[in-house]
Write a protein that binds this ligand. Sequence first.
Ligand code: ADP
Ligand code: MG
Length: 511
Amino acid sequence: MHSNTHHTERAHPEKPLLQMKNIHKSFSGVKVLDGVCFDLKKGEIHVLAGENGAGKTTLVKILSGAHTDHSGDVYLDGALVRFVSPSHAAKYGISAIYQERSLVNSMSVRDNIFLGKEKTDLLGRMNFKQENDLARHVLQQLGLDIDISRPLSSYPLSVKQMIEIAKALVNESKIIIMDEPTSALNTMETSHLFEIINELKKNGHGIVFISHRLEEIYNIADRITVLRDGKYIGTSVPDRLSSKNLVKWMVGRELKEQFPSRTPFSKKKSSVILSVRDLSLNNKSISFDLYSGEILGIAGLQGSGKSLILHSLFGTFGKPDLGHMSLDHREHMVKSPAKSIQNGIALLTNDRKNNGLVFDMSVKENITLASLSKFLKWGWIQKKKEDFVVSRMFESFHIKAKSMEQTVSTLSGGNQQKVLLAKWLMTNPKVLFLDEPTIGIDVAAKHEIYKLMNQWRDQGLGQILITSELPELLALSDRILVLHRGRLSALYEQHEATQEKILRSAMGQCN
Ligand SMILES: Nc1ncnc2c1ncn2[C@@H]1O[C@H](COP(=O)(O)OP(=O)(O)O)[C@@H](O)[C@H]1O
Ligand SMILES: [Mg+2]
């Protein structure tokens, strides 16, 4: 076993529900799991933790029958099994809920729940009555009051996730795998999910819960197993593993400080790069300035209009109703995203999948996607110049990929986010809008993105940052604008801002 391996759990007499022993797996010759062990007991929530790319998803995909070309053994209730497909694993009572959902939007909630295992009578006819009753029963168990005949598309993501769990319950799964289920949920939805997970646990299900968020891990875990670079690092009960050590297990070193240090910002030494006057948003208007070399944070509750501001300025909705803007001392007309990019505005959104990355193209192609004109000469792409510039980006962003030719879909979330940032930086922006730039990525990748943001700040780029993580907002922003229902309710300098003040302003109270 690995010399770095830690064991701090007590011996447990009963036979585990699941044991995975010495699992190895490679993708086209590259080893991504290297002798990993994992076990799960009945009625246990076992958190699988590790940075992006550690191998967590790959491990559970072996367990759920999605990957079959591994070596090593899997035991269920002490008996050796070898799954050949996800439906095979499902027959043994294993269900997995992945980040990419397996549901079909155009189908009804009921049909989604029974997808692939429709209830039929002896003649093979669908038994809708039985399906309806079972679906209602299961959804009730989950505290979900929805119309099961409506298409799935009419429900928000948090509900879709519950429907995936309903699917697992209908399947009478003993083991339920959840791969980063909270990455797109807000605080309330997350706590609802946690209630349900605890309920499943009480009913004797074994839960494999994947996460890299520390608060979450300590909130829910009975045991924690950490993977790093495809290797098994250790297993512990949370009480015996401090968060400091957990980070050390995950990252392989101590992170001295969460946020990199930097020089204070001085308005006096800078000038306004973007000036916004009377921008109209939902019948309200807003004015503010962004300085070059400044990171301006925008805070506000869900629905306060944070993202709306950035999208309006970027031209996502075309020309705004009212207001004017100047960019780099020139009158700037908002027209369309393409025009904005040309004029030096870049917008990074929190939706990598639908906004920004072309998943089946290479890292290189994605990076140059928005700035191809830079490499054109007489209508030809200058390959050498392109390679040179991209490889410099590739290195300075520390993108973890075999080469610039690797397909973006095979990178981890943190590295995809870096590719997206590189793509926007390639357009040479004067101002950069960042909407939740670190959502869903691990501690170390976050740290690197913070460092890059500080670097660009020192080079004079103006940045507007939206993040729902207040510590991040406080540490990175030079000034913080707070919105309440589409109105500016406060503006703080970094040194005077606190979490409490921001929350109060966001709720519309005076400080
Ligand atoms: N289909 C694939 N083809 C090639 N490499 C892959 C594929 N899926 C995952 N990988 C690689 O395997 C490693 C582990 O990935 P993954 O299991 O998704 O990690 P995690 O879930 O811990 O973030 C990463 O380096 C990733 O790039
Ligand atoms: Mg994963």
